[in-house]
Ligand binder design. Sequence first.
Ligand code: BTN
Length: 259
Amino acid sequence: MAHGFSVEAFQARLGTRYVGRRFSYYEHIPSTQDAARQEAEQGAAEGTTILAVQQTAGRGRLGRQWVSPPGANLYFSVVLRPAAEHLRKLGMIWPMAICQAVGEVTGLSAQVKWPNDVLVGPRKLAGVLVDSEFSGARVDYAIVGIGLNVNFDISAHEEIREIATSISAELGREVAREELLATLLNRFEDLYEAARRGQPVHLGWKAHLDILGRPIRVKYREGVEQGIAEDVEPDGTLILRRHDGSHVRIEAGEVTLKG
Ligand code: BTN
């Protein structure tokens, strides 16, 4: 497998106005999230994208590690400068864009596990990490980091092989990361611009959610809530109906499906 990533092949397929137009590429780096933050602090334009072939300290949500071996996958972070009202939408738009791009390039049907994991069947294909920095009430910048398992032999990684998957594992063949990344950034920019024009992005995201109407368990704040995932609000908040009929609104948490 070629470890390199062809920037030319990627750029040839990129159809965006600004997302991915400023592009930095590293063979290896601790985390693209930190590199993107540094660029944002120095005034990098919206859409600036940092890609690494390998991360030596890739991180996921909730302080977890993100397994980032060389060459097989996509690890990248994008600098965005949304208005505060659009910040929470990033956690819906990115997983939607991933589902659309994966569908378009591979034909695989991916779903969103609330709030923003992307799954194929029961296994995780991609994760989204949103970090943000404010100046008072204004968003200075957001850094969105995406890890997407593409041509990854999960069976070699015992710690995640039961819970994770990759495109090649699902498809039985490898796909070009360049085409996938360009398609994903194309889809993202369309959805992001639609959100900025005031279109309700949560409806498309909701259509990809796999939990609605199903019994779930959510680790939330210091405790655990159980019940039926009844609905989601336009900002992504989950409405859970407990077994006693009462409702609880959950803004962020870790969901497990219960059958
Ligand atoms: C999750 O826990 O689901 C989010 C995973 C985010 C991983 C990506 S890989 C590129 C970027 N750099 C990091 O260190 N993390 C994000």
